[in-house]
Design a protein. Sequence first.
Length: 127
Amino acid sequence: MKLVYKKKILTEDQLFEMANKSKAKTGLSINIYLSIKPANKKEELIRVKVQNNYADRFDVGDLLSIVIYPNKNFEYFIEHTQKVKITNKDIEEVLKFVKLNYAVIKEYWDGLLDSEDMSSRLKKVNI
């Protein structure tokens, strides 16, 4: 796992474009946020915001960003601004979820699905 310390503050627009997915909806042990690709980005990677704690309530103040390269066998690195509180197992679970739902997440990332359509097509991961 490669960790990258990167201080980044989310704008209101970025928060609005994120679709939160609860533990109950994904089967993961942490909440995640999926977003569409920023208009000025052409890269072929996927960013999944991951809650950096195990709280049931969503906490946008405590997030990590997992950057995944699907065309490189799902290699990834983590951008964070604070101490990582979740485990490597949690991160591997997120990768399993992304692999299982890659086609849907990619369509959403590319702006081809709205959050409601994307949510209805996601499969829950069995951990």
